[in-house]
Structure formats: C-alpha cells, structure tokens
Ligand binder design. Structure first.
Ligand code: LLP
Length: 415
C-alpha cells in the first residue's frame, strides 16, 4: 500500500497534503512517510518471527536521523559503512550491539570507534583488513566479532554500477580463498569468528542469484563446520528490488521463505541488510516547476530539483515516476523534466506525459532510498530539506541548507 495517494485531486503524504509541506518548507524537499517505513520493516519482521534473526537496515540508503530513529524504535538493527554512519545510528538511539560494519575500506580510526562502541560484527572484505582489525583489537585489548564477506561470483542481473557479487568487483573475499582465510582467522586470539555474509548487488528482481550465492555460502559453512569452525550467523546482505515502474521483485516473504528452506536444520541466525526495500517507496522528492519551455523538438519542464538533489536518473539511467501534486486542468503534453544544473545529464525524467503549468508542484516517486544521501552541492546549490510525515503531523527533520552553511568551511587566501 502506498502512503502517497490522491484525495480528490490532491496528492497526500499520509494525512498531509504535499502542497502544505511545500508552502511551509519550500522546495525541493524530500518527504518520508513514517508508516511507509514501518510497514516495510514489518513485512520482514513478520516472516522472520519464528526464526532467530537480525534485520540490519542499510544506513547508506537513507541516513536521516529521524528515519533511523523510526527504525530503531521499531526494533531494527543497522548495517553501516563508515564511522559517520555509526555516529548517526548511535545519535538516533540505535544500538551498537545490533549494528554490523560493512565496506571495503574501513580506516583504523573507524575500526577503533566501532570496537569501542561494541559493534555486533565486522563484515571483513580482505585479508589485509582482517590483519588490521586484529592489530587494533590487540591494542585496545578487545576481541573483534567478525564475519567474512564472501564474493560468490554470481551475476545479480542488475545495473553494472550496483552489481557487487562478481569476481571482478572489489567486494568480498574471493570464494576460492575464503576457507583458508577462515582457518587463519580462527588462529587469531583477538578475532571471534561469528558469521558469514555476502551482498551480491542492489535492485535485484529475481530470487535465482540469491539462491546461487546461498548455495555457495552453505557449502563453505558446512566445510568450515567439518574443520571445527562453527558459525553463529548467516547474512545474505540486502539488495531486494522495489517496483519503480513495472518491475515485479519478490516480496521479502518470498525471499525469506526460500532462504529458510535452504538453511534447513542448520542452527544459524539469519541476518539481512535491506536498504531500498525499506525506504525507497516510503519517500518522494517534492519539486516545483519553474518554467515550461517549448521548442519545435521537445518540451521541457524546468523544475527546482536537479541532479545534485537526485542523481539516480543521471547516474544509472534510473526511471522514477513523476506525478503532479494537484491533478489539474492543463492539457497533457510530453515533457523532459530537467533541473537547473548545467549538465545535459541533469534530468529527473524524460518524455513524461504531464498536465502542468508553471509553478505547479511535482512529486518524484520512490525517492526514499539513495536520494538525499547521494545529493551534493554541485553548482553551489543548497541541499534540500527533509520532512517526515507521521499521520496528520509533519516534522522538519533536516532544514534546508543555507548558503552560509555551505560556505562556512571555506576561506579565501590570506592577505
Ligand atoms: N549491504 C551492503 C554491503 C551494501 O553494499 C548495500 C548497498 C546494501 C546492503 C543495501 O542494498 P539495498 O537493499 O539497498 O539494495 N546508489 C544505488 C544503490 C547502491 C547500493 C550500494 N550498496 C542506487 O541508487 O540504485
């Protein structure tokens, strides 16, 4: 069920008209639905209820403190990839003991911070990283809980930029080297081997690649058990796709049932790292039409959000629906919806049929994941505001950036 729907001809976020949000906070503004986020999390929790599990929301997909707060209150754990994300989780009321640390380039300072905070697990991506974690743990007189991220060499069938489980990708430990590395890690007193994980890519719309990866991981789990290394958890990463247009990804329930079947009688806690499938459809980007420009070749709707606000269309050729906030009387025409940034890749959508007039509001749908988090100050544009709607209430959860804030870290040369 979408939490963004028309009442008569006016688009609402839960019980709040989007036009009210624009009037109060301006545009461009990201708008999230609390119920939308909670519903998606719940669809994972419901299927997992009878099985030992931890759902670690991938913070990178939307790291606004209020979004993390909603998820922490609803019982989620977190998957982080930086010290900054750890800080966000802690400030949002999340617990380090339910947080796992992924990523290929963890710095010494980040490892220290995570160890001192009492992180649940490091997902290790290379032998060199294992050695560094071991060294830091020794210095801090701690034992580091560790899982090895295996690169299973499977084709996730997604955009090449968001495919991560092929042997030519930088992610994970080559599946041919993982067994030996587990044996080495088992000898390190500062390391506690607790799991295995993989993450093969994002926006996956088929179960097949997951199943192939899981088969390979389970072969390794069983081989390790024979060698006396008994793991506690099995982490299948994130990656479940969402419907942007007409994709039909499996529901969390289908994925999880299939995984539990594969795990069989093995006593493994199931861990997941979903990002997009929790927040993408719980958010939109609200933008206003500045100008309509008609040429003999094309019509352009020039809006006040650009590729610096939402880079997915420019970067991946991603398609996200764009709909008017008020269904009006203007005549429908085909428009390229473009931003003010000086790049031809600055578009939010191409050839969209829209009945709009200048000054109208538009909603770019499915923008709750990899939206604001990937935004930048390109063209010295202030980053957008973020609003979280909760039933009839709206909360400004990130102010619109000001030019003062944007410039405060810079200075001219001394006299
Ligand atoms: N775990 C790890 C280790 C990851 O690298 C990712 C995403 C996730 C979990 C969450 O994956 P999700 O459930 O959200 O698919 N910016 C791109 C997506 C990049 C995904 C990066 N890793 C986009 O806008 O499509």
């Amino acid at each position: 069920m979408t939490l963004f729907d028309y009442r008569q001809d006016e688009l609402f976020a839960e019980q709040v008209p989007l036009s009210k949000i624009a009037a109060e906070f301006g545009t461009p503004t990201y708008v999230y639905s609390r119920a939308g986020i909670e519903n998606e999390l719940r669809s994972y929790q419901r299927v997992l209820a009878g099985h030992s599990h931890l759902i670690c929301y991938a913070v990178k997909s939307n790291s606004n403190l209020a979004v993390l707060d909603v998820l922490a209150r609803a019982g989620a754990g977190f998957d982080i990839v930086s010290g900054g994300e750890l800080e966000r989780v802690l400030r949002a009321g999340g617990s380090a003991a339910k947080t796992i640390f992924s990523g290929v380039g963890k710095s010494t300072a980040e490892i220290e911070k995570a160890l001192l905070a009492g992180i649940a697990c490091f997902n290790i991506e290379s032998e060199a990283e294992l050695e560094r974690i071991c060294m830091v743990a020794e210095r801090l007189q701690k034992v580091a809980p560790v899982s090895l991220r295996v690169n299973p060499d499977v084709d996730a069938g997604t955009h090449p930029y968001i495919s991560t489980g092929l042997k030519e990708n930088k992610f994970g430990i080559d599946s041919g080297q993982a067994f030996e590395l587990y044996l080495r890690a088992a000898e390190m007193p500062q390391i506690k081997l607790i799991g295995i994980d993989c993450h093969i890519g994002s926006q996956l719309t088929e179960l097949g690649p997951y199943m192939d990866a899981i088969d390979k991981m389970l072969t390794l789990v069983d081989r390790l058990q024979t060698a006396g290394i008994v793991l506690e958890h099995f982490d299948i990463g994130g990656g479940l796709g969402v419907c942007y247009r007409d994709e039909q990804p499996p529901a969390p329930q289908q994925l999880i049932s299939a995984v539990l079947k594969k795990l069989g009688r093995r006593k493994l806690k199931l861990m997941l790292e979903p990002g997009r499938s929790i927040t993408a459809n719980a958010g939109i980007l609200l933008t206003r039409v500045e100008y309509l420009k008609h040429t003999p070749h094309k019509n352009f709707a020039i809006v006040d959000a650009g590729m610096n606000d939402l880079i997915r269309p420019a970067l991946y050729g991603a398609w996200q629906n764009i709909i008017p906030v008020r269904r009006g009387s203007a005549e429908s025409q085909l428009y390229d919806v473009v931003g003010p940034v000086c790049e031809s890749a600055d578009f939010l959508g191409k050839e969209r049929s829209l009945a709009i007039l200048p000054d109208d509001l538009l909603a770019v749908m499915s923008a709750g994941s990899y939206g604001f988090v990937m935004s930048s100050n390109y063209n010295s544009r202030n980053r957008a505001a973020e609003v979280l709607v909760d039933g009839p209430r709206m909360h400004l959860v990130r102010q619109r950036e000001s030019l003062e804030q944007q410039l405060q870290l810079e200075s001219c040369l001394p006299e």
